[in-house]
Design a protein around this ligand. Structure first.
Ligand code: SF4
Ligand code: SF4
Length: 57
C-alpha cells in the first residue's frame, strides 16, 4: 500500500516538502509517490490544494 497522486495534480510542488521520507518527486505528467518509500503517514494529503492525493485502493 502507498498513497497515490491523481491526474488532478497541477505540479505545484507543495507536497514534495511535506513528505517526511522524501517519497514524492516531480514526474511526467504529474508528481509521483514512490510506493517503496511511502509509509502511508498521510501527511501529504492535506497539503495538496487540489486534493489530488489519496490512499491507494
Ligand atoms: S503518505 Fe506520508 S510517506 Fe506517503 S507520500 Fe504522503 S507524506 Fe510521504
Ligand atoms: S500538492 Fe497536489 S497538485 Fe501540488 S504537486 Fe503535490 S499532488 Fe500535485
Amino acid at each position: 500500500m502507498a498513497h497515490k497522486i491523481s491526474d488532478a495534480c497541477t505540479c505545484c510542488g507543495t507536497c514534495e516538502s511535506a513528505c517526511p521520507v522524501e517519497a514524492i518527486s516531480p514526474g511526467e505528467p504529474t508528481y509521483v509517490i514512490d510506493a517503496d518509500k511511502c509509509t502511508d503517514c498521510g501527511a501529504c494529503v492535506d497539503e495538496c490544494p487540489v486534493e489530488a492525493i489519496s490512499p491507494e485502493d
